[in-house]
Write a new protein. Structure first.
Length: 81
């Protein structure tokens, strides 16, 4: 199930930032980013928030395993076809 962006705004800011950090760290491991420290992390969090707002990234809740993760919208749509 996809969580609407407006619902994310109801979360405490630190909760949303932690979710974004988790996503970004997976991107570092996958080679999507070179490094995430200091100012680069702040910039990456801001870019991720913007992508969530535009709908390029989405938050998906997995009911089976009660997991929550940020995903690229294209990846979600591709798995639902």
């Amino acid at each position: 199930m996809l969580i609407p962006y407006n619902s994310l705004l109801e979360l405490p800011e630190e909760t949303l930032n932690n979710l974004i950090r988790e996503y970004l760290f997976t991107q570092v491991e996958d080679g999507g980013f070179d490094t995430l420290s200091g100012d680069s992390l702040k910039h990456a969090i801001s870019r991720c928030r913007d992508a969530l707002k535009r709908g390029e990234l989405v938050v998906e809740y997995g009911e089976e395993d009660e997991s929550i993760a940020i995903r690229n919208r294209d990846q979600i749509i591709g798995t639902q076809n």
